[in-house]
Design a protein around this ligand. Sequence first.
Ligand code: ATP
Length: 463
Amino acid sequence: MEKINSLCKRRGIIFPSSEIYGGLANAWDFGPLGVEMKGNIKREWWKMFVQQRSDIIGIDSAIIINPRVWESSGHITGFSDPLTECRHCHQRFRADHLIGEEKWKEEKEAFEIISEAEKEAKFQEIIKKCPNCGQEKTLTAPRNFNLMLKTFLGPLEDESSCAYLRPETAQGIFINFQNVLGSSRQTIPFGIAQIGKAFRNEITPRNHIFRTREFEQMEIEYFIAPPKNEKEWEVPFEGWRQLIRGWITHLGIDQKNIQELDVPKEELAHYSRKTIDFEYNFPFGLKELYGLAYRTDFDLKNHEKNSGENLKYRDPSSDEKYWPHVIEPSLGVERTLLAVLVESYREETTPEGELRIVMKFPAWLAPIKVAILPLVKNNNEIVSKSQEIYHQLKTKFVCEYDQSGTVGRRYRRQDEIGTPFAITVDFQTLEDQKVTIRDRDTMKQERIAIKEIEKYLRKKIDD
Ligand code: ATP
């Protein structure tokens, strides 16, 4: 992870946030290459799951919405993690992480029925020392901590002006269900997609951009008719499981680095009947990359109950009215990027015996698609030919022009940022109007006519 962190900073992919003020723990900023990569991920997902499908449409809802939404969704009462704090160093921890998620599952109920003092004694019996300062018997009893970030709207900071930054994008979709239905020609089954920021006041954010308090989600709520038997939801659920698998392959991630966890019943979120976590083999362990949940009709039903508005669907052929059930693939943008960075990082030895660090991103995901490198920078004809090619290609692909240092060093630099193609303009180009195109992965070079470059690259990038 250290190597990836350092490469991200060195090459402008991800920076620790607010560095000039000493930083802010676990906040990250995306640099020029990081923003390109995040954009590529979001655009590709939108293209594949919204624009290229006739049964899914998109929305972009507000981040701060009526707080009553979070009452209906169950987030105000149910969206919490067990928190413990060291009385000595004041470091906070997730009790379930300290005890171990398996053991916490066994112990949780026992904790709920005893007094605060007993809870503390019992917890200190299991976790004797603070993992940070090493003091004994300083950890407080675990207490539930709501993960929603609060804010206040308007000049008064009181209960009536309290609002939340959304902890998931899903609810923005549910509250717009009738708006979308009434303004589109969709019939069940169909989906509504959204990409946007979500916020969670995580107790122990860590592991680079894996767990942060501010992140982006790509979510789809896929509405189906109320199932008459298990098969009727298992079939579309399985369909979405396969689609997520396909997306993971498209990212260039080897399926052997993915494990599916069928989340045990007692750990399911309050709205879920079944959830599969797609876990990726990160350097810090096997951890959730994406989730796929069968949310039943929990959300629409509760919103109807609490808002008084009709949120049922009327089947146009049978006239039957019902709350649709929902299958939800939920994907984090930053976790996608982190998994891609980990998966693509390679250290290779060149035939000349040099170390080459290369990011083997799929071409569609690479932040820069092609680098244009004049062989020398002190020959006007070579430089102006290179610039002409650069300006031409720039309107079609994200390109970089680089004339500093030896060509070898420039190739290394492009390898490190995963640029799939590098074009070298040399003396012969001036004679034959051809350039050398080097492939990042094979390091093979081909001579291509200048007028063929665009076609050549387009084919390679789209393949
Ligand atoms: P975890 O168990 O890791 O806290 P979760 O089960 O709470 O995750 P979901 O509520 O299912 O996560 O959110 C859907 C997706 O959003 C996750 O699979 C992940 O990709 C992303 N995500 C959730 N929380 C964070 C976070 N704090 N930082 C970055 N991405 C996140």
